[in-house]
Design a protein around this ligand. Structure first.
Ligand code: SAM
Length: 231
């Protein structure tokens, strides 16, 4: 049998295994191990943008998918309470360490953003960096973000998004998606998150589109957006 057929069979078996609890746990472990190497070139590149975006955060911040806690260093002193919704247990040791270094009142929850049990209108801001690509239902999560924000509260985000429809990069994103989904714990490179955020019922959305350079991020996740959506 040609190599391609073996590869496809192996991939299909891996995909089926990933749907079992041990398989999903393996994918999360792999993501936790691989993520710091993806982050290494990206964090210095994105640091300035994060600093600017996070400047006005204050009070209680709820962060979805904080991973290993890369955003703690950018949170201003005016943030005095932090709730982290991180479903990957293999991220939690590093996440707690980063939280301790920032010495903030931190509440770590090992659940997905889909199941966050957070009171309506209870947080000043919600933060998400490179997370909406991975949640199962981004529209539902955006509705929940709106629900937990206080009136006037802000959703602050940096996300990678779909390239323009019909472009070569968009085709590449769709081609690579099944493999990337497996390796990167459910990440979909072709989501139109800007459109979804604009259509989620926020009163005002400020959004900047940019392209991360090749040295910072693989090309198929280079189209990105950052911004603030106000409730
Ligand atoms: C690419 S990492 C980004 C981590 C971090 N926000 C950062 O910028 O370094 C994606 C994160 O989203 C988390 N994640 C995946 N599915 C999620 C879900 N349904 N709800 C909340 N977080 C989720 C992953 O566990 C992972 O920590």
């Amino acid at each position: 049998m040609p190599l391609l057929v073996y590869t496809l069979i192996a991939f299909f078996v891996l995909f089926l295994l990933s749907l079992t609890p041990p398989g999903a746990n393996f994918r999360r472990w792999m993501m936790a191990k691989l993520y710091s190497s993806v982050q290494k070139p990206y964090e210095p590149y994105i640091a300035g943008r994060k600093k600017t975006l996070f400047t006005n955060l204050s009070g209680t911040v709820l962060e979805i998918g904080p991973g290993n806690g890369a955003n703690f260093v950018h949170l201003p002193e005016s943030v005095n309470r932090w709730i982290g919704i991180e479903p990957n247990p293999h991220m939690h040791a590093e996440l707690r360490k980063a939280g301790e270094e920032r010495s903030i009142e931190a509440d770590f929850r090992q659940v997905g953003a889909e199941g966050m049990e957070v009171e309506d209108g209870s947080v000043d801001s919600v933060l998400s960096t490179l997370v909406l690509c991975s949640v199962r239902n981004p529209e539902a999560v955006l509705r929940d973000i709106l629900r937990v924000l206080k009136p006037g509260g802000r959703f602050v985000f940096i996300e990678h998004v779909a390239a323009p429809s019909g472009s070569r990069l968009h085709r590449l994103q769709r081609l690579i998606k099944p493999i990337w989904w497996y390796i990167a714990d459910g990440c979909c490179p072709d989501r139109e998150l800007g459109k979804m955020i604009r259509n989620s019922g926020f009163t005002r959305v400020t959004l900047d589109e940019f392209t991360a350079p090749r040295e910072a991020m693989p090309g198929f996740v280079s189209p990105q957006i950052s911004g603030v959506a106000v409730k």
